[in-house]
Design a protein around this ligand. Structure first.
Ligand code: FES
Length: 115
């Protein structure tokens, strides 16, 4: 049973290698999971550049994903844009427990006027 602040995504044994897999969280947020050379990364499925909503379809290069829309490249571990853009991809903390892939539950986003 996952801790309440974690969300179970899938069994570890069901992950594709080097291809992204999309998951919808309860809150309607979509995340993209990538397994690259034994490491598991979970990031937002929406590109922070111009909100392309299928980042999980992006090509994986080393430990980065390339957005299919305009080709911006993001580090899967840090979310940093490696193409020179200032936009940062949201990343999620991944935990493996009892053969399940879990991510830390995202904080609800603050409305822009509260920032
Ligand atoms: S929308 Fe992803 S690079 Fe532009």
């Amino acid at each position: 049973m996952p801790a309440p602040n974690y969300i179970s995504l899938c069994p570890l044994s069901s992950l594709p290698r080097r291809f992204g897999k999309r998951f919808e969280l309860e809150e309607g947020i979509e995340v993209a999971l990538f397994q690259v050379e034994g490491n598991i990364y979970v990031v937002d499925n929406v590109c922070p550049h111009q909100k392309f909503p299928l980042l999980y379809e992006g090509e994986v290069e080393e430990s980065a994903v390339i957005c299919p829309m305009h080709g911006w490249k993001f580090d899967l571990a840090t979310g940093e844009c490696l193409s020179g853009g200032k936009a940062r991809l949201k990343t999620y903390k991944v935990v493996i427990k009892n053969g399940e892939v879990l991510i830390e539950k995202p904080e609800p986003e603050k409305p822009k006027w509260m920032e």
